[in-house]
Ligand binder design. Structure first.
Ligand code: FAD
Length: 334
């Protein structure tokens, strides 16, 4: 379809209580930049039930306009209801581009919407810009196992759609905001929703691991040597009030659950402090943590590539270094 405007849309996914998921608010940051470069408005699309908080947060984080669709049928995510709502809005307003958070639901919604609208989607982007020559969004994402970064454009179809993982961008500083809010009624007949949520089960192991929102992360890799090695990682995490992360090597070895994995096939994180212990620094791991403000690496190999991205490096055995750090932190706090 043809775009009717130069507007950029950000889909703000909501929780069951109507509050926004962080990633939607984070995406307003690159959304602002793209909308400005493309000469359009930054529009937040909020779908859910009782979405007042989500609308307020989108306003505070720079949206020019907010279009909300509310109702009990939208309280729990369903592919059918959300796809219909977004496609109806796109056909009415005709945005030129759309950003969706690569959460489980976003990864389901994005491809379905792009297929229905017969347009392209670039999944799991790690950087966004606007191509100066063509004016298209330049979607950058890892390719060939993360060994290459590919920049993709969608020249012939609109809207251009991309998904971006949580934690890749940071929220802008909140301000009073100036957004105009519009409410759209898009009724869904229950028969249109072909799946029914019977029960929501919490993932007991790892369900509470919030790596994307963590301010401090202590991560362990193959160098921790086994599942019991993570006790040493946890001891440091406990004194720092940090969340435990892991490399894929540690996860694949079965030492810790996948919910803790940082990297290309794990979570993308952006803490204030990231402490990598016994992690070599493979490109796929760096893809998930290079947005950290400060990186500390502890590794017994002075030539480990992790030291290339570290702000502070400690060459040594983590089982000797970490207990000393824990003691010193405790002493400093006493
Ligand atoms: P290693 O590379 O084996 O490094 C272990 C390090 O520990 C070494 O540097 C060693 O010197 C150090 N060490 C050993 N003992 C000690 C000690 N006692 N004290 C201090 N240091 C010690 N990886 C990820 O992490 N996340 C991903 O999401 C991810 N996705 C991938 C996707 C694809 C498609 C592919 C192909 C790979 C992916 N990988 C990912 C795997 C990645 O390529 C590496 O294999 C992995 O990151 C290595 O983990 P590691 O650093 O823990 O292990």
């Amino acid at each position: 379809m043809e775009a009717k405007t130069k507007d950029l849309w950000v889909f703000i996914e909501t929780n069951e209580d109507g509050s926004p998921k962080n990633v939607g608010i984070e995406l307003l940051t690159p959304g602002r930049m793209i909308a400005d470069k493309q000469g359009g408005e930054l529009v937040a699309i909020v779908i859910g039930n009782n979405v007042g908080v989500a609308v307020k947060e989108a306003t505070e984080h720079d949206a020019d306009r907010i279009i909300s669709v509310e109702g009990e049928e939208y309280q729990t995510y369903s592919t059918d209801a959300y796809t219909k709502a977004i496609c109806t809005l796109v056909e009415k307003y005709g945005p030129t581009s759309m950003l969706i958070g690569a959460t489980n639901n976003g990864r389901d919604l994005g491809p379905r919407v792009s297929c229905r609208l017969k347009t392209g989607l670039t999944a799991d982007c790690t950087a966004l810009d606007v191509d100066e020559e063509t004016g298209n969004v330049a979607w950058t994402r890892p390719a060939f196992g993360g060994n290459l970064m590919a920049t993709i454009q969608c020249p012939n179809h609109r809207p251009q759609i991309g998904t971006v993982r949580p934690g890749v961008f940071k929220k802008s500083i909140a301000s009073e905001g100036h957004a105009v809010s519009i409410r759209e009624n898009i009724a869904i007949d229950p028969s249109e929703i072909r799946t029914k949520v019977l029960e929501v089960l919490r993932d007991v192991e790892g369900g509470d691991v919030d790596l994307e929102g963590a301010e401090i992360i202590v991560s362990g890799g193959r160098g921790v040597g086994g599942p019991e090695g993570f006790d040493t990682i946890k001891a440091l995490a406990d004194v720092l009030g940090a969340t435990v992360g892991a490399s894929r090597a540690a996860v694949d070895s079965g030492w810790i659950s996948h919910a803790h994995q940082v990297g290309q096939t794990g979570k993308t994180v952006g803490p204030k402090l990231y402490i990598a212990c016994g992690i070599s620094g493979a490109i796929q791991h760096l893809a998930g943590m290079s947005g950290s403000d400060c990186v500390v690496a502890i590794n017994k190999d002075a030539d480990a590539p992790i030291f290339d991205v570290a702000d502070y490096g400690l060459v040594g055995n983590l089982f000797e270094v970490l207990p000393i750090l824990v003691e010193e932190i405790k002493k400093a706090r006493a």
